[in-house]
Structures are given as structure tokens and as C-alpha cells.
Design a protein around this ligand. Structure first.
Ligand code: 13P
Length: 253
């Protein structure tokens, strides 16, 4: 069922507190519960808030996930790390993998990201692989090659389900968004790549991320091959996140 629905996932990044999380999640429960049947909704939260977020949401249909996962699968002497099994243990249902902020600040490349994907799959939490080009790469006309190279690691895994978020780095937190044609072209390319790397039977969701807000969500979500949104800043307020989920309820024309 969720493979026919739009997905809307919030990425809180390094934001939140017990108090504000409670306010946000309670407000979302009220405003989103009717829509949660039609749209697969989730929030990627800082690891320290996974347990309390799961408790607050209880059986409410809003999935809690992690923003990252350790490259190390095993327990042991990896100070500061949190492995995929731990995330699953405390209730995370998914993890973002390869967000551009991780690629930028933590030098995460395909070999590291491949281990993270493996670890998520082994722990039965689904990875959301984030890809996207920088402004310089887009200006140099390299965006398709870059995204293809970022997706290449999918051929190393035998996947029957793939979730990718296309997030052009230059659109993240900037208020700039690609044109709908640019989004459509890239999403089509991502679909083609996934099908050729993983086989025709694979189930696919490709989300768009980067400055999605209440004003542009409906237009972006109506673009062909856009199966949902990964929302940063606008997911931190219940009103705006709920409005984006509402926009995802409208079937594409
Ligand atoms: P913004 O929606 O704040 O641009 O962030 C997008 C993002 O990075 C989501 O992962």
C-alpha cells in the first residue's frame, strides 16, 4: 500500500527539545490523523529523541526514523556511534542515509554509505538514500552524472524496495527550488537508474527535498515521478508540516 502512496518525511536535523517535540508531535497527531491513511508520513529526529518521539506517537501512524546510522554494524568499541540494531530496538523504522550535510561535514562517500545501507537492511529499518548535486555541479551541467554516481552503489545490494530523496544541495535551506521541469527530468533519471540497477520488479519511492514549503508543495508533488517530499525547516512547525501532508493527499492529475 505505501508503495502507491505519496510519502512526506520531516527531517528535524539538529533541532528540538523534549518540550517543543511534544508540542509539535501532539499538534501533528490532531491535524494529521485523518490524512495519515492516505499519505505515508514520518519524522527523522535526532537519536536522543527517538524513544520519546515513539512514546508520544504511540500507535499513531507517523513513522519515527533516524537522521543517520553508524557505518559499523556490530556492538563494541565505537565511541559515540549508534548502530542500526539500536535504532530498530528503540523504534526507528527508517534512517536517512547520505544526506548532503553528512556528505559535506563528515566526508561520507559511496563506500561508507554502502555499509550504512547494508546495516539498515540487516536491522530491518528502511534506508532513505539522499542524493543531489551542488550548485557548482549544476552550473557545470554535471548534475545527472553526479546523481548517477551517487546511485551506483545500489547495484551492490539486492533490493526489492528503494527509497531515494533527490535533494539538490543548492535548494536546501535556501528558498531556491529547481523548476518543475528540472525536478521532473531528475526524478525520471533516478527512476531509470533504479530500474536498471535493481531490476524491473523493484518498488520505488523518489522524494523531492529542498525548500519544500506550504506554498510550493502542491506544485512539486504533482510533478511526474515525484512520490513525496523530504522536508527540513517546514517540518518543525505543525501547521506547515500538516499543510504539506495535506498537499500530498491530492492525487496527481
Ligand atoms: P529544507 O526543507 O529546510 O530546505 O531542508 C531540506 C532537507 O535537507 C531535508 O532533508
Amino acid at each position: 500500500m505505501i508503495w502507491q502512496q505519496k510519502w512526506v518525511i520531516g527531517n528535524w536535523k539538529m533541532n528540538g527539545s523534549l518540550k517543543t517535540n511534544q508540542q509539535l508531535l501532539q499538534a501533528l497527531q490532531t491535524s494529521v490523523s485523518a490524512m495519515a491513511e492516505q499519505v505515508f508520513c514520518g519524522v527523522a529526529v535526532p537519536n536522543v529523541y527517538i524513544v520519546s518521539s515513539c512514546q508520544l506517537l504511540n500507535s499513531f501512524a507517523l513513522a519515527v526514523g533516524a537522521e543517520d546510522v553508524s557505518r559499523f554494524a556490530e556492538y563494541g568499541a565505537y565511541t559515540g556511534e549508534v548502530n542500526a540494531q539500536m535504532l530498530a530496538d528503540v523504534g526507528a523504522r527508517f534512517a536517512l542515509v547520505g544526506h548532503s550535510e553528512r556528505r559535506l561535514y563528515f566526508q561520507e562517500d559511496n563506500s561508507i554509505l554502502l555499509t550504512k545501507l547494508h546495516n539498515c537492511l540487516a536491522a530491518k529499518i528502511f534506508p532513505v538514500l539522499c542524493v543531489g548535486e551542488t550548485l557548482a555541479q549544476r552550473e557545470a551541467g554535471q548534475e545527472k552524472e553526479i546523481v548517477k554516481a551517487q546511485l551506483a552503489l545500489l547495484s551492490e545490494l539486492s533490493l526489492s524496495e528503494v527509497v531515494v530523496a533527490y535533494e539538490p544541495v543548492w535548494a536546501i535551506g535556501t528558498g531556491k527550488i529547481p523548476t518543475t521541469t528540472q525536478i521532473a527530468d531528475m526524478h525520471q533519471l533516478i527512476y531509470q537508474q533504479i530500474l536498471s540497477l535493481c531490476g524491473e520488479g523493484v518498488k520505488i519511492r523518489v522524494l523531492y527535498g529542498g525548500s519544500v514549503n506550504t506554498k510550493n508543495a502542491a506544485e512539486i508533488l504533482a510533478v511526474p515521478h515525484v512520490d513525496g517530499a523530504l522536508v527540513g525547516g517546514a517540518s518543525l512547525q505543525a501547521d506547515s508540516f500538516a499543510a504539506i501532508i495535506q498537499a500530498a493527499c491530492v492525487p496527481a492529475l
